[in-house]
Design a protein. Structure first.
Length: 282
């Protein structure tokens, strides 16, 4: 069986009872957790790639922790531009911490070293990696065995994704990031990130990447640099990731989808063509 883990991102928890853009972020996170518990409880763990809260308030982290306590698998909590580092670390044991107090860490798995990065700049919505964070990343990658592969997680994408308003607040040190990982590119199996609230998949150089919709609101798809920056109520999602020695597969699951499910094959005694052509509209 492949190794399985869950990718969640951009949960944007507010204080208990508050809505965000007309939606209840806690209720939607609760729904994601219930769905994972019901259908994906054999996953090894979940990774939440930042923007755990919307304003970084202690009560919001307590709200997040209370929701995640219902998850039947362990989880790793990362920070994004809406988070506050010290408040997050004080509230969440699931947040990794490096020797400099950044929310960075690793987890060794049977399919490589999972590396979790802190790209938070508390003065901007754009991403930042300072010299200390780059130093930690460089030493972490260099210390790994020469045959070990990596899976990397961060909040901000380190390259443009084409959604102009989000590209303006991507990782500011994209060139420095590319330089640090350059000797290890062939060993990075996948890059996971959040921030853009869009289902986007592709390759960064030759590194496969993926990102997902958040669990609350989304960023509307628009490639025109002159278009307004819009949010949307598109369906939320979480990712189910399957890894074996040869492949890494990412499934994006719209866990609140209520559209009709039906068999592909007709009922006994019914012609298949009639079943398809005469299927009742919902």
């Amino acid at each position: 069986m492949p190794f399985k883990f869950i990718h969640l991102t951009d949960t944007h928890l507010a204080n208990p009872g508050l809505t965000l853009y007309g939606l209840d972020p806690r209720a939607r996170l609760d729904a994601a957790i219930a769905d994972i518990n019901q259908h994906q409880s054999d996953a090894a763990f979940a990774v939440v790639t930042g923007d755990l809260t919307h304003w970084g308030e202690p009560e919001s982290y307590a709200n997040f922790a209370e929701a995640m306590a219902a998850l039947r698998i362990p989880y790793i909590a990362m920070v994004g531009n809406h988070d506050r580092r010290v408040t997050c670390l004080d509230a969440l044991k699931a947040a990794p911490r490096d020797s400099n107090g950044f929310v960075q860490g690793t987890r060794t798995t049977e399919h490589g070293l999972f590396v979790f990065l802190d790209t938070l700049d508390e003065s901007s919505h754009a991403g930042e990696m300072c010299a200390k964070r780059f130093g930690w990343l460089a030493s972490t990658l260099a210390a790994a065995p020469a045959d070990q592969q990596f899976v990397v997680f961060m909040h901000h994408p380190p390259f443009p994704v084409g959604v102009h308003a989000m590209d303006e607040i991507g990782l500011k040190q994209s060139a420095e990031f590319a330089e640090v990982i350059a000797p290890y590119r062939a060993r990075i199996r996948h890059l996971f990130f959040g921030h853009v609230h869009r289902p986007i998949f592709g390759s960064y150089g030759k590194i496969p990447f993926s990102t997902l919709r958040g669990t609350n609101h989304q960023v509307w798809f628009e490639l025109d640099a002159n278009a307004p920056h819009l949010a949307s109520h598109e369906p939320p999602a979480y990712g189910v990731v399957l890894i074996d020695d040869e492949n890494l597969v990412v499934h994006s699951h719209d866990f609140l989808d209520t559209s009709l499910r039906f068999p592909f094959e007709p009922p006994a005694g019914m012609d298949g063509r009639d079943y398809v052509l005469k299927f009742p509209a919902r």
